[in-house]
Design a protein around this ligand. Structure first.
Ligand code: ADP
Length: 386
């Protein structure tokens, strides 16, 4: 094997394998191609967002041990854009000497909302009060304190696997699966921070942002960067997010979701072990995007600056309700007349109600300016079906 000096790199810089070929893998691949990395992906769909962009696309299930091994064989480092993947095989690969960021042990912790919360709580990270419940029986509900939040331990995403029970009359909403039950937090804002952490333990924090959720879908609708919070709150949010990632000994890029309570304290809700929807704004608004940051970390390159260049808002473009099938992007011409607006389409060839189809980021001179532009475009730009 050829040996290089510490600051010499061949082309491609590194062969990266991404498990999952969704929009996060796509945006990571775009950054990777800019910098000279090779990207191989594993995804079951030949039409996934990263298909045709990746150097190699292994078509297969994210739980197929043979396909994971095939990806590992052609890649020097593995990462993932989704947490619902086969950790048993990843652990085997890791023990055989494959480099995987974030580690399969961390992924296993994150996959189970109970274990994730237990580890955070053990390390002094503030989280809502919670308990493990195998099944929310009528007896359990008869003595429960409402409102409460039931979360499936495994498999939830985008609000699926989470129900808020207001009282015993909501018994029909109960999920029949091992769960955690959490106190309901009467939060004033949902905040998030992207944290980057290297294998050497160096960290970088992006600005604190506010996530505004759609009441109907429980999917994050708008992200406002920076969040309008007191600097003391922003500092606490950063400290707690860092504490959480240190507690997990995380290496990679993490989306840390938080609640801001009425008395202005931070509670950590959950952690995503990958670039996160709340960090899409970093592509245009920060010196280093969350995707480039991940590439720097997994290839042992120095962390980039997380400085925010301009206030920004990000709007998720979800498939319109009542529309399924080949997509039609409505209102794009008008949207693109707005200065500072960037349009991202993920390349999904089928739209479905509330499916994440793309996003827009708007940079403003100040937050109000960006928000005002967003209001103008919100009802114009739509993903319907043909
Ligand atoms: P997912 O993994 O599906 O994103 P989350 O744990 O983030 O699930 O919950 C989805 C949403 O449900 C949160 O963004 C928040 O709006 C609401 N939620 C979750 N936990 C609580 C809680 N303890 N109190 C109040 N609302 C909550």
């Amino acid at each position: 094997m050829l040996q290089y000096q510490p600051d010499q790199f061949p082309y491609p810089l590194l062969r990266i394998g991404i498990i999952g070929g969704g929009q996060l893998a796509k945006m990571t691949t775009l950054a990777a191609k800019q910098m000279g990395f090779q990207v191989n992906i594993l995804d079951p769909s030949p039409h996934c967002p990263t298909a045709h962009l990746a150097d190699l696309h292994i078509v297969g299930s994210l739980y197929d041990a043979d396909k994971l091994r095939e990806l590992a064989k052609v890649s020097e480092v593995l990462t993932y854009d989704i947490e619902h993947i086969d950790t048993a095989t990843l652990k085997m690969l890791y023990n055989e000497g494959h480099t995987i960021y974030p580690s399969p042990d961390l992924l296993e912790i994150i996959q189970d909302k109970l274990i994730q919360k237990q580890i955070l709580a053990q390390h002094g990270v503030p989280v809502p009060c919670f308990e493990a419940v195998d099944s929310l029986t009528p007896d359990y509900l008869a003595q429960a304190h409402f409102p409460l939040v039931q979360k499936a331990r495994l498999g939830g995403y985008d609000g699926k696997g989470v129900v808020i029970l207001k009282g015993p009359e909501d018994a029909d909403k109960v999920l029949q699966t091992p769960s955690i039950v959490e106190e309901w937090i009467d939060f004033t804002k949902e905040l998030a921070i992207i944290i980057a952490r290297t294998a050497k333990g160096e960290t970088a924090c992006y600005p604190v942002v506010e996530m505004v959720f759609d009441d109907k879908t429980n999917i994050c609708d708008i992200v406002e960067a920076p969040a309008k919070v007191h600097p003391r709150v922003a500092d606490e949010a950063k400290r707690m997010a860092l504490l959480a990632i240190e507690a997990l000994n995380g290496v990679g890029v993490f989306g840390v979701e938080m609640f801001l309570t009425r008395d202005e304290h931070i509670l950590i809700n959950e952690i995503a072990p990958r670039p996160h929807n709340s960090g899409h704004y970093t592509i245009e608004a920060c010196i280093t995007s969350q995707f480039e940051q991940l590439l720097r970390i997994i290839s042992g390159l120095p962390l980039g600056s997380t400085e925010l260049l301009r206030p920004a808002v990000m709007l998720n473009l979800l498939g319109e309700a009542g529309h399924s099938g080949p997509p039609l992007i409505e209102g794009l011409r008008e949207a693109l007349t707005i200065p500072g607006l960037s349009f991202h389409y993920y390349g999904k060839d089928v739209t479905q109600p509330y499916r994440k189809m793309g996003h827009i980021t708007i940079l403003g001179d100040h937050s109000e300016d960006a928000l005002e532009k967003l209001e103008r475009v919100k009802d114009v730009l739509k993903i319907v079906s043909r």
